[in-house]
Ligand binder design. Structure first.
Ligand code: CAA
Ligand code: NAD
Length: 306
């Protein structure tokens, strides 16, 4: 009983201001749900064009959210909700300056360990000692990314893994490394709940829970396609109508981004911590990425969206 009391009295880091690094598919969605929950959010990317892309994704999505929340007929309420959320967002190309005033950093940049480590090295020096760092990585060990930061920061460095499309998907995986402080874990779970999501706890293992199961399934669909055992459309229709999936595995890969899919699978193959058969590359996936067909975000992937 006493233990329960003392644990509930643990001090939670009060998160008010958030910096999200990366204004792509995921970063823009994380900015949006945090702003809707009334956090002050700074969205950071390397160029103004990337920030504009993120703002365009948010503008489109938040209209859908407002319509659903208040109903088609309540235009004034919809607009007030949109204006309030958007007023919580600022944009910047200066990551270190943004994190200097933030309680929480969520990184959602390209799925590459070297690029992520270089970013966090710079941010570690610029952020206050108690700022919590997180990565939205799909497949990289949080512990390895955190190696770019000081030992003290590593105790305040967790995984915060949202799902695509962020405004619609209700899960966040909160990843606990061996050294993450309990009170930091609790602050992250509370933040996830405040954005309207259900947090689940997982260890820092490849793919956490969802991607450890989902990515091998999607890669197996590419291998069926590679062998010519079925056409893309038939694979997708089969999994939607025969297994109740909201999207087929190849449609979903286009939705995730084929470059991200390839980063995930090549990274796991290199690390050698997952059964070899599950990380066998796909000719189709590799050749599409080589042609710059990265899925929906580039207008073409397995399917053509132009
Ligand atoms: N912004 C805001 N709201 C959105 C939205 C967006 N971008 N996309 C969908 N929605 C909302 C809609 O408003 C709608 O709400 P209601 O039904 O309550 O009105 C709801 O979501 C469903 O949308 P639609 O009716 O337009 O379309 P749908 O029924 O086909 O659902 C979907 C769309 C939710 C994307 C659905 O197809 C789906 O669940 N697909 C699978 C997504 C998935 O598996 N994501 C995980 C990818 S893996 C990942 O993210 C991890 C990783 O690390 C790679
Ligand atoms: P994306 O390609 O849509 O966006 C990445 C953004 O990061 C781009 O706007 C790019 O300009 C920016 N960027 C790259 N390097 C940067 C740097 N050094 N500083 C600031 N900005 C930088 O990618 P995404 O799909 O949003 O994925 C982002 C992260 O989220 C990846 O780690 C990915 O694995 C993970 N993730 C992706 C999905 C998905 O379904 N796409 C789901 C969950 C997690």
């Amino acid at each position: 009983r006493k233990a329960a009391f003392s644990s509930s009295a643990r001090h939670l880091k009060d998160i008010n201001s958030v910096t999200v690094i990366g204004a792509g598919l995921m970063g823009s969605g994380i900015v949006q749900v945090a702003a809707q929950a009334n956090y002050k959010v700074t969205m950071v990317d390397t160029t103004d064009a990337a920030l504009k892309n993120g703002q365009a994704i948010i503008t489109k999505s938040i209209k859908r959210v407002a319509k659903k929340k208040f109903g088609e007929e309540n235009a004034a309420e919809q607009q007030a909700f949109i204006d309030k959320a958007l007023s919580n967002i600022t944009v910047s190309t200066d990551g270190p300056a943004a994190v200097a005033g933030s309680d929480l950093v969520v990184e959602a940049i390209v799925e590459n360990i070297d690029v992520k480590q270089a970013l966090f090295k710079a941010l570690d020096q610029a952020a206050p000692a108690d700022t919590i760092f997180t990565s939205n990585t799909s497949s990289l060990p949080i512990t390895s990314i955190a190696e770019a930061t000081s030992a003290a920061r590593r105790e305040r460095f967790g995984g915060l893994h949202f799902f695509n499309p962020v405004p619609a998907m209700k899960l966040v995986e909160v990843v606990r490394t061996e050294v993450l402080k309990d009170e930091v874990y609790d602050s992250l779970a509370t933040f996830a709940k405040n954005t309207g999501k259900t947090p689940v706890e997982c260890k820092d293992t490849p793919g956490f829970i969802v991607n450890r199961l989902l990515v091998p399934y999607m890669m197996e669909a590419f291998r069926v396609l590679d062998r010519g055992d079925a056409k893309a459309k038939d694979i997708d229709v089969a999994m939607k109508l025969g297994a109740g999936m909201p999207m087929g595995p190849l449609e979903l890969a286009d939705f995730v981004g084929l470059d991200t899919m390839k980063f995930i699978i090549d990274g796991w193959a290199k690390e050698g911590k997952i059964e070899e058969a599950l990380v066998t590359p796909s000719k189709t996936l590799n050749s599409l990425v080589e042609q710059g067909s990265l899925g929906r975000k580039s207008g073409k992937g397995v399917y053509d969206y132009s």
